[in-house]
Design a binder for this molecule. Structure first.
Ligand code: SF4
Ligand code: SF4
Length: 395
């Protein structure tokens, strides 16, 4: 296993993300398999285990806590997050934090994140009445948290404001990063900004929830011809090895086979050479099935509804790859009068678009996609109810 040094700690370059744990047929977590995967991870040098309050409706923390309980506490780094990004009836920092410690069976967390500080959750995190950040800074002083950081799905242009607000209260940052999001979500800009401030980067979604493990026949063939022995997923991990700001890469592994493949990559794998690095960026272009907006903004001046058209088109493109919830969560930070349903179909934008995008049609389709399934607020409510139910069931 290869290691990095972040926040004064030696941490494995591969981290066990516990958002997509193996399940039994009845939908509950397969604890036996989680134990087996955790044992394999520990035996092969993985020492960073990432969970979060809402994962698996609150059951992920318990599962990984159980799996790690037989190991000396100082032999692994346990990581979880405070759900300030969710809409909640109240933000009970103390209650939730104590519950997390109890569920994991530990007295402290090595790394603790404020979960997804982005456009829409920033007011919650800033709210002095909730006192979220003050509370967790205090826990760090008390030794119940060793390192405090945050994760974010904020747009690149807003990350600077968030970093300015947090200042030296945070030590690390977790972002979505892979060769597709390098350009699609402007992750390159985020990495450069974090790097310029000396903030270590923890990576989430390195294979975009599995979407980068199968790139289509032609792309797969190209990669297999070059390195027949390596999996398609391993290319995504090796691509990340070229970015020096990265401290660790969280992979949400669901089986022992995935874990073995990833551990092999992070133990023996070498970074890509320049030609391979660029080849992956070219492949990313072939995966972008959305509209070819270049964000020139020619269309914006004539829009009678003053919509941020390139931002909406970026969301539309993203929805082709991301889980719908990620995009819905981001759209929650957008005022109602700026949503795609406000488009009146006048066509003034399409008339000046150098890429000849049928913008009114895309707005209609994007709106339909956003309205399908539960909203982010509904999902938060469901999660809160599930957490309450679990608390009631726990003896
Ligand atoms: S078609 Fe929609 S997005 Fe385009 S200018 Fe008219 S209102 Fe704005
Ligand atoms: S004019 Fe076309 S390419 Fe330029 S920002 Fe608008 S939609 Fe995108």
């Amino acid at each position: 296993m290869k290691y990095s040094n972040a926040c004064g700690e030696e941490i494995s370059r591969l981290a066990f993300g516990t958002m997509r744990l193996p399940l039994l047929p009845d939908g509950s977590i397969d604890q036996e398999q989680v134990n087996e995967m955790t044992d394999y991870a520990m035996e092969h040098g993985v020492n960073y285990f990432d969970t979060a309050y809402p994962y698996h409706d609150g059951r992920s923390e318990t599962a990984i806590g159980k799996a790690l309980s037989k190991y000396p506490r100082e032999s692994y780094r346990l990581v979880t997050k405070f759900p300030g990004h969710q809409f909640m009836k109240k933000y009970d920092c103390e209650g939730i934090f104590n519950e997390q410690l109890a569920k994991c069976g530990v007295e402290y967390f090595d790394f603790y994140l404020l979960h997804n500080i982005y456009e829409n959750s920033l007011p919650t995190y800033k709210n002095r009445d909730y006192g979220i950040i003050d509370y967790f800074v205090k826990q760090k002083e008390l030794g119940r948290i060793r390192h405090l950081g945050f994760s974010t799905h904020a747009r690149a242009e807003n990350l600077e404001e968030i970093l300015d607000f947090l200042g030296d209260r945070i030590e690390f940052c977790q972002i979505q990063l892979n060769y597709l999001d390098w350009t699609l979500q402007d992750a390159k800009r985020k990495v450069e900004l974090l790097g310029s401030r000396g903030i270590p980067v923890m990576v989430m979604e390195p294979v975009r929830g599995g979407k980068l493990t199968d790139l289509g026949e032609e792309n797969n063939r190209k990669l297999k011809a070059r390195r027949p022995e390596e999996s398609i997923a391993s290319w995504a991990f090796r691509w990340l090895m070229n970015i020096p700001e990265i401290a660790t890469v969280l992979s949400g592994m669901s089986s022992l086979d995935q874990m073995k493949d990833n551990i092999r990559t992070f133990s023996e794998g070498t970074p890509l050479d320049e030609e391979e690095w660029n080849m992956m960026l070219d492949i990313a272009e072939t995966l972008k099935k959305g509209v070819p907006c270049t964000a020139c903004r020619y269309c914006c001046a004539g829009c009678p509804k003053e919509l941020d058209i390139p931002m909406l088109l970026a969301g539309y493109n993203d929805l082709k790859f991301a889980s719908a919830m990620t995009v819905k969560m981001q759209m929650d930070g957008t005022p109602a009068e700026k949503w795609p349903d406000q488009c009146i179909g006048c066509g003034a934008c399409a008339a000046v678009c150098p890429q000849q995008i049928d913008i009114p049609e895309v707005m209609k389709e994007f709106n339909g996609m956003l309205r399908t399934g539960p909203t982010w607020a509904e999902l938060c409510r469901q999660r809160e109810e599930a957490a309450e139910k679990m608390r009631a069931e726990t003896p």
